[in-house]
Write a protein that binds this ligand. Structure first.
Ligand code: SF4
Length: 238
């Protein structure tokens, strides 16, 4: 796979230039979340599809064959979340895009942003394993990014995801240059069987050299049956 693989933004016929010309594969919508994956009250919007193949995927339902999802336009998504407008205003909240890989749909997020009242806070949870131009597009629409970097060691990253982490680190440098460190939180997981505290310390040191200042340290708790039938993970904050 490469960063452009997985389910990517789907353009409709007949309106390819307009706001409604791009669609999002909506896998789940979890409204009225409080102070998790963003500030204040948030709606978590999940994208179907991911270009990575993490051994202990935290959301295997977002890429499994047979998972139901719906292609929605920006207006259709806006209609589903606008009922929580007053909660967003009162708490500084808004909409968080997750998945799967939401930045594979950066043009959709930009079109959705254009519909949202200015005070809504938009966040994205991403691996950054996406084409560079999607990072640049998202930088203009998203207020804060949670980047699941996994590990900066190429061997650990390849063993865990099946992919090269060079595009991810390049995209992180690109994102930091575009939005600055205050809008980027990097998640550093301890992944059973793949990395150690020593790996994680080396990752943090390297990321600090790149300009990252905000970190979220997690430990994965392994559950049963993920991609390849090996297992999946749940985050545990430290
Ligand atoms: S854990 Fe890995 S495979 Fe699962 S959704 Fe996130 S980036 Fe994709």
């Amino acid at each position: 796979m490469n960063p452009s693989d997985g389910v990517t933004s789907n353009r409709t016929t007949g309106d390819s230039q307009g706001r409604e010309g791009v669609r999002f594969p909506l896998c789940f919508l979890d409204r009225l979340r409080m102070a998790t994956d963003g500030t204040g009250v948030t709606a978590l919007v999940g994208a179907y599809g991911c270009p990575l193949q993490c051994k202990w995927c935290i959301n295997p339902q977002t890429w499994r064959a047979g998972t139901a999802f719906t292609w929605v336009t920006p207006t259709q998504l806006y209609e589903q979340v606008k009922q929580d407008h007053l909660y967003y205003l009162a708490t500084g909240g808004g909409v968080t895009f997750g998945g799967g890989e939401p930045l594979s749909h950066a043009p959709f997020i930009t079109a959705f942003r254009a519909l949202c009242p200015a005070p809504w806070h938009l966040c994205a949870e991403t691996s950054l394993y996406v084409p560079a131009d999607f990072v640049e597009t998202a930088a203009g629409a998203v207020d804060c990014f949670f980047v699941d970097i996994k590990d900066t060691d190429p061997a650990v990253y390849r063993a865990y995801t099946g992919q090269d982490n060079r595009p991810v680190l390049d995209n992180l440098a690109r994102l930091l240059s575009l939005v600055g460190p205050d809008r980027v939180t990097v998640r550093l997981p301890l992944i059973p069987g793949f990395n150690t505290e020593a790996h994680r310390s080396r990752s943090e040191a390297r990321l600090r050299e790149m300009g990252v200042t905000r970190f979220d340290r997690l430990t994965y708790r392994i559950k049963s049956t993920g991609r390849g039938g090996d297992g999946s993970a749940a985050n545990k904050a430290e």
